[in-house]
Ligand binder design. Sequence first.
Ligand SMILES: Cc1cc2nc3c(=O)[nH]c(=O)nc-3n(C[C@H](O)[C@H](O)[C@H](O)COP(=O)(O)OP(=O)(O)OC[C@H]3O[C@@H](n4cnc5c(N)ncnc54)[C@H](O)[C@@H]3O)c2cc1C
Length: 361
Amino acid sequence: MGVVYLDSTTGKTQELRARKEVILAGGAFDTPHLLQVSGVGPRDLLDKIKIPLVVENPHVGEHLWDHISVPYVLKLSDAADNLPESVNIDGTEHKNTAALFYINGPFSWILHLRSNVKERQPQDMTDVQLYVMGNSSLFDETEALCTTSSKRGTDPSDGSREGTIRIIDQWPEYRGSVKAQTSSIFNKPVLDYGWDYKLDNKVSPKFKKVAKVVRSQIRLLREIFFGEKASEVSETFRGLVLDEVEPGLDKVTDEELDVWMRGMFVSALHPACTCKMPDCVDEFLRVKGVSNLRICDTSAFATQIDGNPVATIFAMSEKLADMLKKKYLDDLDEKSCTKTKGKKSNLIEADSSDSNDNCFD
Ligand SMILES: Cc1cc2nc3c(=O)[nH]c(=O)nc-3n(C[C@H](O)[C@H](O)[C@H](O)COP(=O)(O)OP(=O)(O)OC[C@H]3O[C@@H](n4cnc5c(N)ncnc54)[C@H](O)[C@@H]3O)c2cc1C
């Protein structure tokens, strides 16, 4: 088992061979892409891009599952400039209230909240997570993944202040795919989120389900800021919110909200499941049908998760590290890889053994 990499110092490609195993951790887009251009993936796709098939697996690059994010934007009063250091929305102590409105930039996400909107999830899971952000110019980074003219990317030109609560649907029914376009790893793959909501104003069953969740959340937020629950909000916060900018209080009916929403979906930047367990990897993260190759990133998630992915990836990595230590403990001081001179056997090989070696006692 081995890898080819581009040595940026020489501009030449090099081959590295692992004595034991290779672990892929390229993320939900690049891991399936790398597998596909290495000959592991759907037969039709590999035929199309003229890659010799090593292991057929129709699931590699499929099942792309991301959280969907929709903005709820509020117009704020000047009181935002003079917030006390510590107060929560319900009047209780919160340490960084002021920072919530003063900090800017991609790392200024302050609060992640779980909403109790429950349209699909029966038990402890929540349908929606809310990100409370300082202003509406945040989330510009989604441009890298999704271009939609409708997301609010700037603060208002009249100098007034806005605050955004991103509504994150954590279980959208949509599934997409990642597909290599050519045999070269340097040509980006085609990403398709499978979001069909823009097509000729089509209202698909999947869109209906996502829209129902988002509408419930918008209506709940309206109750809190402008409706029955407003009296429960602390005085400080009541003085803060002037108006609803997006979707706008004039949009009331399901139809009006759905039309608005259609232009607003962006990725919440949590793509996963494109080499999912158990279709592509087993419970020990071993790539099915390939010897000595594992995956440790969000592509291997069996399902999306209820929250942001990084903690789960850390847990997955720690677990894999424990498994590998256990398996290779005796050889830990050996060099784990070696540069090859000249061409040897294939870098990636189908697993012909019937090994049930699972790293556990
Ligand atoms: C702006 C932004 C903010 C986010 N905020 C949060 C947050 O607050 N909390 C949270 O939990 N999650 C957050 N996420 C999501 C989180 O970052 C991802 O879910 C997570 O990083 C995915 O981890 P991964 O290991 O699967 O892949 P990645 O972290 O994407 O790691 C893959 C790595 O592989 C490298 N790579 C890919 N292909 C190759 C190749 N061919 N050769 C060599 N290297 C390669 C990439 O450069 C990258 O370093 C955020 C994401 C973004 C974009």
